[in-house]
Unconditional design. Sequence first.
Length: 211
Amino acid sequence: MGAVAACLVATPALADDKLDPGGLTFRDFSTNDNGASFGGHGDPMIAGGPNQVSSKVVTVEGANGLARIQFSSIRVELALPLGWQATEDWERGVAYSSDKRYRVLVWRVDFAYEGVKDAEHYAATKAGTIQSRRPSVQAQARKLGDGIFLIVYDNVKAQGDSEPRVVFDLVIQNPREPKEGILLTLGVPAADAVRGLKLIALLKQNMKVVW
């Protein structure tokens, strides 16, 4: 069974159209360094260039294995595992594990600018476009019970990666303005697909957005 199929069938991480961490916590993904890693300058090859800055640490919760990070440029707060790093530029927030095998991106999305009418149209269009441009990639989109759209991409091969990856997108629509939204992306090694689905459930549960 492929990674996409394994994630989209009924599993503890995706039951009743609801993401669930399945008993995992941030401690399962963290290194207990009391938030020290978030004080670094990050990696320009990951964050996208010289305009990156380290994101603000709101609080460190050592007992929970997480730090709450404020991406000021996009007005999004994420809880991230301790031992990770986080940076941002003018359009997005970036976070990644110390070995860079787990990577997170969070963006603001203007659906009208992207040529679509809402989150559902965006999810369907993006999944179709990726498969058209990269035929080796399998993509499936699914609407969750809370109205958020989950897209899972299998067999993603990025430059510099030594192994195929699975990428998860969550497309979250502004509850007051359907033409605006947030895109939260997590990429993990294909062998960690189900584990990655549980992590993105944790990220979603702890994300705060100022609309």
